[in-house]
Design a binder for this molecule. Structure first.
Ligand SMILES: Nc1ncnc2c1ncn2[C@@H]1O[C@H](COP(=O)(O)OP(=O)(O)OP(=O)(O)O)[C@@H](O)[C@H]1O
Ligand SMILES: [Mg+2]
Length: 398
């Protein structure tokens, strides 16, 4: 592949031959195309990528000036440097005309071979530099384009992730409400069908009806409270001053049914005086996710099941919340991945792997705290246990 393509246009064959000789003799890496008329030259520029045109002025048909005008009027060819080379049109006015049309040079014969080749070489150098610059530019542009695409993709993925985590949270909330509603709903239905049946059998007693209606009203009240509870911690997330122990207890309470169902004993050791300004409802959500994970892990063990939660202020005046279980811990090959989105070791129906990722974002990004997870071995009531321990540190104020 030659670096540069030169098109030389001259109607006189002897001139073309001597140009060809000169260029082949003195210039390396130049591909030379010869044309014997302006028309032929224009046709060639449609097919070939030309870098320089050496153009005779006096030619039958389209002369050099007209050919140059055509070249300059076509976007495809307008930037090709044109060098006029003429023996006949030497006068100043012709030179001026040549430059006006847009030629980069106007050389008149006789011209010394070396002088001509030197000039040509200079143009070639500039053109090669320009080509290199353009290549660098193109590469830069491509790299930039790629980077923009990548950024857009990441943004899109993040939005999808947020969307999915919202859906996951919503699904979980609905699941919990459904769970908490099951028992009161069946109580309402039992009371209502009892009233109806007694009425149909004609054995309805006023006192019993009133009792049943009262139970229905009270139970409906519980249903409505359940919703309020969940709404409060799912949606409202305003910066507020709150008591840490209250928030921890609230998190335990929202998972009380699961804790009881699985015979888990939650042992708390809390500093009840800690008050902080942060996002209380987000913290409930983070703690719930951690408790939920412990519950999932504890389900698999047959011995006594514990979750220990403690809170205290450390020597750096940071608030620490420690949650550990005795479910055996996380496999070493998994422990560095648990905060990654979609990392799960659970069956699809039980986890999608967002719990700890959301928790991490809540603690680090929203609450300006830190969260760590590790496996530990500890003693409780003279027995040795092993499990996962999550440590959250939070500032007093954000
Ligand atoms: N207390 C724990 N004991 C043992 N393994 C745990 C514990 N907590 C987390 N893990 C491991 O970390 C993984 C990721 O937890 P994460 O909460 O992010 O997702 P998940 O519980 O699998 O699904 P999701 O929370 O989205 O329902 C779990 O699948 C589990 O393997
Ligand atoms: Mg989880």
């Amino acid at each position: 592949m030659k670096d540069i393509t030169i098109l030389a246009v001259d109607d006189i064959e002897a001139n073309r031959v001597s140009l060809q000789y000169l260029i082949q003799e003195y210039l390396e890496n130049v591909h030379l195309i010869l044309a014997s008329s302006g028309e032929e030259a224009l046709k060639i520029t449609y097919k070939e990528e030309i870098d320089i045109i050496i153009l005779d002025v006096q030619m039958p048909g389209l002369d050099g000036f007209d050919t140059a005008k055509y070249l300059k009027s076509n976007p495809r060819t307008q930037n090709i440097p044109i060098i006029f080379l003429t023996a006949a049109f030497k006068k100043e006015e012709f030179q001026q005309k040549g430059f006006q049309i847009g030629a980069v040079d106007y050389l008149t014969k006789p011209i010394e071979n070396h002088q001509f080749i030197n000039k040509l070489n200079l143009y070639i150098e500039v053109i090669i530099k320009n080509k290199q610059l353009k290549a660098v530019n193109d590469n830069l542009y491509k790299a930039l384009q790629k980077e923009i695409e990548l950024k857009e993709q990441i943004q899109k993925q993040q939005l999808e992730l947020i969307e999915q985590s919202k859906m996951a949270a919503l699904g979980e909330m609905i699941g919990n409400i459904a769970h908490q509603w099951r028992q009161p709903l069946s109580l309402i239905s039992t009371c209502a069908s009892g009233i109806k049946l007694n009425h149909e059998l004609g054995i309805s007693k006023e006192e019993e009806v009133i009792n049943s209606l009262e139970t229905i009203l009270k139970t409906a009240q519980i249903l409505s409270e359940t919703i309020d509870n969940f709404r409060e911690y799912s949606y409202k997330d305003k910066l507020a001053k709150f008591n840490l122990s209250e928030v921890i207890n609230k998190a335990i309470k929202t998972r009380e049914h699961l804790i009881n169902e699985n015979s888990i004993e939650v042992i708390t050791n809390l500093d009840n005086n800690i008050e902080l300004t942060n996002l209380p409802n987000s913290l409930v959500q983070a703690l719930v996710n951690i408790i939920h994970n412990s519950k999932d892990a504890l389900e698999k063990i047959d011995t006594k099941r514990y979750i220990f939660i403690e809170s205290f202020i450390d020597k750096n005046n940071l608030i620490v919340i420690n949650i550990k279980d005795n479910a055996g811990g996380i496999k070493t090959e998994h422990i560095n991945k648990v905060f990654e989105p979609y990392f799960t070791t659970k069956h699809q129906a039980h986890g999608i792997g967002l719990g700890l990722n959301i928790t991490y974002k809540i603690i680090n990004d929203s609450m300006y705290g830190k969260i760590k997870i590790k496996n530990i071995k500890y003693t409780y009531q003279e027995k040795i246990y092993e499990g996962a321990e999550v440590t959250i540190t939070l500032p007093f104020k954000i």
